[in-house]
Design a protein around this ligand. Structure first.
Ligand code: NDP
Length: 606
């Protein structure tokens, strides 16, 4: 029987999902399997909470007593109010102007807090519940909660903004406010600690730090073999000289810093990312496509002056080793600088206190040098653009080695499919700002190695394989592979665009046909069309494309299929991680979504 801290019927303070606000709740039950408490708010709302999101009322008494100081009396600021209860009186104001502002706000609140009946359009779109009466009640309640939560957040932010005018405050007010803020920070700090370790915990992450670089070297060495059957013994480890060349490392550094220079160019729009834990939004320059165009121009000039790009093929292993060395040193730098980062900048997934685990998963969420965002830069530029350049080098190497005037059909297919994928990612660069990589994962070895080594050197495995192992394919086979790739791309693009458009503006008339489940955070979950087909239709498209990228290599060896196998496992793991995070964010609404859409990625299979 697992230990539980609180009993049924206990009155405690429960954290409101997605916020730092705590409200008085009563525990109604506890699930031994999921270790979640079901709690009831004063307005009757029921939610599931983790133990770490529940505090005893006594922990808040200190803050309550502060807030009941004469300067704070007025009642509206107590955090023990349920989100469903309307805001009452406002703080005492010292000027008429502020009174008028308060009255106006009260009026707005009064209007908004009038229970809104879900309109017809909404009710027909919302289709997450089996019973229509219950459905209306629940959606109504959730809408009401959302309105109240928005108001509560607005009220708290407003409170701090108004109160920052120190001249209006007594010493006591400033003191009590500081104590409240510190207490909130302590609570937040405790909840930002990583408690559930992923990737096999400390041992798993340690193994990955060792085995990932070894896997890259093994695959590249095998690919160079005349008979790259995995039934063969791995080739002997090459001499140090054939693994390391300082000039190659220099070329790699030039490449990396050239991309950094392109990133710094003041072209392209600047957009805001999603709010961080502290409510701050970082700004990002969207100029990946320009960087790609400039890289293409640089490569064109390179070729024009007959500088041979297949130097990259000839020294491929040395380039991979250079990238590995750089990513390890870079990860050490990232970890050291993260030790000085403010608590609020740490990643909630890489803050376990274990050196190995945090080094691997990334301790700091968005490390920046000035406005230069290191993670965002590495995610698209040296990785994706690097992948395309490597593919092109393989295409030229194939032509040179096999004395061809034109590249083989297989090589053209692999290059074009992957080029399309990269151009799509750069064209929709802004979409990366909402991905798990940017919003949740810290920047450590996992992403640094993934971006700088795994993507350019392993994603290009098919092209590398084809240079040494040409594979003739017929036009009929090529047509079938093209159809397969385009189907995967179609699913991937439609699913991503639909979700992005819905997240940007759920009221977009073009999305009026979509059904959704509202959630307590204010965001809704799509349950029809692509997102009602499987829970991650974009991943399904990804897997289909991955298969199409390997098929041009034929069936002589399994090696070029490494990418499909790895990618399928990776995406299954990613889907599970995302599911866990969505469950945390959306609670019961996510459970309802999973009931309605039972398949995760592949319909009727998984
Ligand atoms: P997604 O783009 O699928 O984003 C997942 C998020 O979408 C969830 O956290 C949730 O966030 C939201 N969401 C989930 N279900 C719904 C729903 N039913 N309705 C509305 N919103 C929903 O995942 P990734 O960040 O992993 O992937 C980003 C892109 O990168 C994808 O295009 C993916 O295909 C691609 N990718 C490519 C890889 C490669 O190596 N080639 C590897 C991994 C990803 P919220 O509710 O907070 O908005």
């Amino acid at each position: 029987m697992p230990h539980r801290k609180f009993g049924d019927g206990d009155v405690v303070m429960g954290r409101w999902p997605g916020s730092v606000l705590y409200y008085e709740v009563q525990i109604t039950s506890y699930d031994d399997l999921t270790h979640l408490y079901t709690v009831k708010y004063k307005d009757g709302t029921e939610l599931e909470l983790k133990e770490s999101d529940i505090k005893s009322v006594s922990a808040f008494k200190h803050r309550k007593s502060n807030s009941s100081s004469p300067s704070r009396r007025g009642g509206s600021r107590s955090r023990s109010r349920s989100p469903g209860r309307p805001a009452r009186g406002r703080r005492r104001s010292s000027s008429q102007g502020r009174d008028a502002k308060d009255d106006k706000k009260k009026a707005i609140r009064g209007t908004k807090l009038t229970p809104e009946k879900p309109n017809e359009n909404n009710t027909s779109r919302y289709n997450g519940e089996p019973d229509s009466t219950e459905r209306n009640d629940t959606s109504h309640k959730i809408l009401q909660q959302k309105v109240d939560l928005d108001l509560e957040i607005d009220r708290v932010l407003d409170q701090y903004r108004v109160r920052s005018r120190k001249e209006d405050k007594t010493k006591e007010e400033i003191y009590s406010e500081k104590r409240s803020f510190e207490a909130a920070k302590t609570i937040d700090k405790a909840s930002a600690q990583t408690k559930e370790l992923e990737f096999g915990g400390r041992i798993g992450t340690f193994c990955m730090i060792v085995f990932l670089p070894a896997t890259v070297l093994y695959l590249l060495l095998m690919c160079k073999q005349e008979d790259p059957s995995i039934m063969n013994f791995p080739p002997p480890l090459p001499s140090f000289d054939s693994l390391w060349e300082t000039r190659v490392f220099g070329v790699w550094l030039v490449w990396f810093f050239l991309q950094a220079l392109f990133y710094l160019l003041p072209v392209g729009k600047v957009v805001e990312g999603i709010p961080l834990l502290n409510g701050r939004k970082l700004q990002y320059r969207i100029n990946g496509f320009y960087a790609f165009a400039l890289t293409a121009a640089a490569v064109g000039i390179f070729l024009y002056f007959e500088l041979e790009l297949h130097y990259l093929y000839d020294h491929f292993l040395q380039f991979a080793v250079s990238a590995i060395v750089f990513s390890v040193v870079f990860s050490i730098y990232l970890y050291i600088r993260s030790l000085k980062a403010p608590e609020e900048n740490l990643s909630s997934g890489g803050n376990s206190g274990s050196f190995i685990y945090d080094f691997f998963t990334g301790h700091e969420l968005n490390p920046r040098i000035g406005t230069f965002d290191l993670k965002y830069f590495c995610e698209l530029r040296p990785s994706l653009i690097g992948w395309v350049v490597v593919n092109l080098a393989m295409l030229l190497a194939e032509m040179k080695i096999h004395n061809q005037n034109v590249p083989s059909l297989s090589m053209i297919l692999v290059n074009s499919f992957q080029l399309l994928y990269v151009m799509d990612a750069l064209w929709h660069e802004e979409a990366i700002l909402t991905t798990m990589d940017i919003t949740h994962d810290g920047f450590g070895f996992m992403l640094a190695f993934g971006d700088l080594v795994w993507v350019p050197f392993i994603f290009s495995l098919q092209a590398f394989y084809l240079v040494g192992h040409p594979n003739e394919i017929s036009w009929l086979a090529a047509s079938a592979i093209i159809i397969l790739n385009m189907s995967g791309y179609y699913i991937f693009r439609c699913a991503n665009s639909q979700k992005n458009a819905f997240r940007k503006n759920p009221k977009d008339p073009r999305l009026a046909h979509l059904k959704f489940i509202p959630t307590a955070t204010g965001k809704s979950l799509l349950v029809s069309d692509w997102w009602g087909f499987v829970r991650h239709p974009n991943y399904l498209g990804d897997i289909i494309m991955a298969l199409a990228w390997s098929l041009p290599c034929g069936f002589n060896h399994i090696l070029p299929y490494f990418y499909v196998i790895y990618f399928t496992l990776f995406i299954i793991h990613r889907e599970a991680r995302d599911g866990r995070q969505c469950k945390k964010k959306y609670g019961l609404a996510w459970d309802r979504y999973c009931q309605r859409v039972p398949y995760r990625i592949i319909p009727y299979i998984y």
